[in-house]
Design a protein around this ligand. Structure first.
Ligand code: PLP
Length: 367
């Protein structure tokens, strides 16, 4: 009764032929950069997000770099984010030469605590703090209405790291509505995954959109060999755009499956001594991961492993205690909610097609 942590093949198999055909067609046409597939992907993804503009790019990390650059953030500036995220969020800030500031998370939702953000700014505000990057972790958006209220007060830009939140909503609005820019990853294991690395940046602001479009392609706007600014090369491949267009048509169905499977888990686990994932009110949680919390986490991993059931920890070491960020001088207990969560969280096997039997097998081991 072994259960894998996730399966990418279950959702791919039924659409494999359509994708094979499309890849073949692109090889026949030998159009590998830009073109109609990328233009249509950008239009369709923007429409899916309910946001005016989308720009395809190479991955979710570059999407964050593009967003920071488009907002004019760089050396001498400071950007606030959370320590319990994949390192890419902080890395992008460091990579463009700005300074990272961490604030702790909300206990029940694992996302940036607006109150901690406000407290930090009340005590430490300085005009070099330019932006906030909340992370919509595990499929649920951070408390954007509150975070934006505070950010406005201090004149800070908001970039939403939405790598784990395709289709998530608060009050019917998705990433990119509340903040200036939202960034996405299409890493294969994300809710919408490419055949390799890919990402996107979305915004409702036409000025920012133009900057992002130029940055992603050598500072070019329309005409070849005419460069308005110094940019990068972090375009999305035509092949990835074409594959994502096909997969995107199934994303809502897969997301609904994720939500259904999460409630199957919740029903089977409700009397066990573990904390279940909670959904904020008026929020659509898209369950990128199904994450529980328990003091007996390490025993539980052992029991699951003995039954051939895989699980994961997202993430075991908070960023402020990573060697890469040791220069910041943080120590244990600086962000107690994050640290407690790192010690107690467990991601259970989860993907849209996981069967009810597989979920029961997992739940039977959990006491
Ligand atoms: C996956 C992920 C990223 C990075 O995306 P890549 O496409 O792998 O570069 C950034 N932030 C979060 C929260 C992620 O989960």
């Amino acid at each position: 009764m072994s259960v894998p942590f996730m399966s990418l093949s279950d959702s791919l198999f039924p659409i494999r032929e359509e994708i094979d055909k499309k890849i073949s067609q692109i090889i026949n046409e030998t159009n590998f950069i830009g073109g109609e597939e990328l233009d249509l992907f950008e239009q369709e993804f923007a429409a899916y997000c309910g946001i005016k503009y989308a720009t395809g790019c190479s991955n979710g990390t570059d999407a964050l770099i593009l967003a920071l650059k488009a907002l004019g953030i760089g050396p001498g500036d400071k950007v606030i984010t959370v320590p319990n995220t994949f390192i890419a969020t902080a890395e992008a800030i460091s990579f463009i030469g700005a300074e990272v500031i961490f604030v702790d998370i909300e206990k029940d939702f694992y996302t940036m605590d607006p109150q901690k953000l406000d407290e930090y700014l009340q005590k430490n505000y300085d005009p070099s703090i330019k932006a906030v990057i909340p992370v919509h972790l595990f499929g649920q958006m951070a408390d954007m209405p509150e975070i934006c209220k505070i950010s406005e007060k201090y004149n800070l830009k908001v970039i939403e790291d939405s790598a784990q939140a395709h289709g998530a909503k608060i009050n019917g609005k998705g990433p990119g509505y509340y903040g200036s820019i939202a960034t996405y990853s299409f890493y294969p294991g994300k809710n919408l995954g490419a055949f390799g690395d890919a990402g996107a940046v979305v915004t409702n602001d036409p000025g920012l959109h133009k900057k992002i479009k130029m940055l992603v392609n050598h500072g070019r706007w329309n005409e070849k060999y005419t460069h308005k600014s110094i940019g990068m090369n972090c375009r999305m491949d035509t092949l990835q755009a074409a594959i994502l267009r096909i997969k995107m048509r199934h994303l809502e169905k897969w997301t609904e499956e994720r939500i259904t499977k999460a409630s199957v888990y919740k029903n089977l686990l409700k009397n066990k001594s573990i904390q279940l994932p909670e959904t904020r009110s008026n929020c659509r949680h898209v369950f990128h991961l199904f994450v529980i919390k328990t003091e007996k986490r390490d025993d539980l991993i052992k029991a699951l492993t003995e039954e051939g059931i895989s699980s994961g920890i997202h993430y075991p070491v908070p960023l402020h205690l990573q060697e890469a960020y040791s220069f910041m001088g943080h120590k244990k207990n600086d962000f107690p909610i994050t640290e407690q969560s790192c010690n107690q969280i467990l991601s259970l096997p989860f993907w849209p097609e996981i069967s009810n039997n597989q979920i029961s097998d997992v739940c039977r081991v959990i006491s």
